[in-house]
Write a protein that binds this ligand. Structure first.
Ligand SMILES: Nc1ncnc2c1ncn2[C@@H]1O[C@H](COP(=O)(O)OP(=O)(O)O)[C@@H](O)[C@H]1O
Ligand SMILES: O=C(O)[C@H](O)[C@@H](O)[C@H](O)[C@H](O)COP(=O)(O)O
Length: 185
């Protein structure tokens, strides 16, 4: 497979995005972003109070991430992004920004290309039981485990024509990493 500009590691809270994403970035020598680090304070406070985010809360956050990805990809930087990206519309924003794919003109203004991010989505998929068990053991994180049901309710697993693979969280971390790396080669 031609390497995508960006590997998006997505899934509900506790599915392993941060752990898997950071390891993949380190193995690949790619830059790593954890989308959690880009939430505005009000989103963190809201989640910390046990209130799920809504589209209004998430869209500006995703637009900001799209801009960061586009900037990196344009400079030839490959990136791994760990981000919940629960809905297809959210993944579309990561790829194209909020308003679809604006045309990016070259200096002469003659040729243009869509300002899209080429994404391979890695969906870490698992049961409520397995993931809630992991969240209950996780310490020092702002996301309360009680919000997990809302994450499952919101989740739209990727499907064709999205460019994606689904990997079970029942595998151990090394197996997950190996599966993703095999897909990339
Ligand atoms: N495949 C796995 N097998 C066992 N434990 C895992 C696996 N993936 C993640 N974990 C553990 O589950 C917890 C949640 O993982 P984390 O990477 O924080 O998830 P997320 O970023 O999706 O919220 C962490 O304690 C992590 O060590
Ligand atoms: O879209 C969302 O509702 C948020 O992104 C939400 O998913 C949250 O940020 C993380 O799930 C918490 O962090 P972890 O995913 O690391 O638990």
């Amino acid at each position: 497979m031609t390497a995508p500009g960006v590997l998006l590691v997505m899934g509900v809270s506790g599915s392993g995005k941060s752990t898997v994403g950071a390891l993949l970035a380190s193995k690949l020598g790619w830059k790593f972003y954890d989308a959690d680090d880009y939430h505005p304070e009000e989103n963190r406070v809201k989640m910390g109070r046990g209130i799920p985010l809504n589209d209004q809360d998430r869209i500006p956050w995703l637009c900001n991430l799209h801009d960061i990805l586009l900037r990196d990809v344009a400079s030839g930087q490959h990136v791994v992004l760990a981000c919940s990206a629960l809905k297809k519309a959210y993944r579309d924003i990561l790829i194209r920004g909020k308003d679809g794919a604006p045309l990016k003109c070259d200096e002469t203004g003659k040729d243009s290309q869509p300002a899209e991010v080429k994404l391979l989505v890695v969906h870490l998929s698992g049961s409520f039981e397995v993931i809630s068990g992991r969240l209950l053991k996780r310490r020092g994180h702002f996301m309360p485990p009680e919000l997990l049901q809302s994450q499952f309710d919101t989740l739209e697993p990727p499907s064709a024509p999205e460019n994606f693979i689904q990997v079970s969280v029942d595998k151990n971390i090394s197996e997950i990493i190996a599966t993703v790396l095999e897909t990339l080669t």
